[in-house]
Write a protein that binds this ligand. Sequence first.
Ligand code: GDP
Ligand code: CA
Length: 334
Amino acid sequence: MKITVLTGGVGGAKFLLGVKAFLGWDPTGPGPDGDPGADQVTAIVNIGDDIRLHGLQVCPDLDSCLYTLSGVADTERGWGRKDETWTAAAELAAYGAEAPWFALGDKDIATHLVRTRMLDAGYPLSAVTAALAAKWRPGVTLLPMSDERVETHVVVADPTWTGPAGEAPDVALHFQEWWTRYRASLPAKAFLTIGSDEARPANGVLEAIAEADLILVAPSNPVVSIGPILAVPGIKEAVVAAKAPVVGVSPLIAGKPLRGHADACLQAIGVEVSAQGVGRHYGARSDGGLIDAFLVAEGENADVPGVRIGEAPLLMTDPSATAKMVHACLELTR
Ligand code: GDP
Ligand code: CA
């Protein structure tokens, strides 16, 4: 069975651990027969969070997937490498040249150096990601949603405005600045996916959707992780046209995100902060939406016209618990 997953970073990576466990694979090892990027599972990963820092191209969601699926992520901190050191960051700070809201660890920097060098040499991000995966052996094929640059920016009232209250002009912040520096506390007026109009799906993305037997929408942030993927022209259309059933998983339990600021993001685009709100936001594939079925947390009600609703414990405490969620997704297609 071929499974294709639309995913963001940390939440999506945890979900992918469960997909591997569901298939009976080592969650943090390579795929069957040691295949470093087994093509039975393909993750189409958000790149809207990507940012250039110190001249380095940083792809937080791709790296969260790469590191988590190969067992080298810092699962407590929630991002970056475990056993990380911070010498370069401290030296940059001594120059007053750090981005204080986005630290890069020494080990992590090596990834960004290799990536940037390959990009500058003309390799597409999908090929670069495959090269990185050859070292890390995540056991699933990781594809950026696009080989072109697409960046999420967030429109807010200028936080540096010192004039009369209420008259601050709108400015667009890079997603990372809004998310990490301001912790999503500045009310978002809109999310822009810069570059998405001209972007094309990366090599392999449309094939992975067309050839899948099951398409899963990870319990990732619906607005800033799944949203940018669907903003690449052709991807949503391919999902709608796919032969495989499409099942989404709620990132909210009891109306709250487990981590991060999905509530602020949903509010900003006028979506009710509940599993039902997310389900309706995705909408029924039979009616121009994205999904055929939607998995919500045990005991929660959701009424999404045209979408079959299932319930399961949705806490991804470990890969075997998450594997049960994947199993429940499959059950919903029967
Ligand atoms: P990011 O790109 O690193 O922010 O990660 P994602 O967008 O892939 O995932 C973030 C989302 O994962 C958040 O909205 C969380 O609510 C959700 N999430 C995290 N842990 C869990 C969990 O255990 N269960 C469920 N259902 N959702 C989770
Ligand atoms: Ca992300």
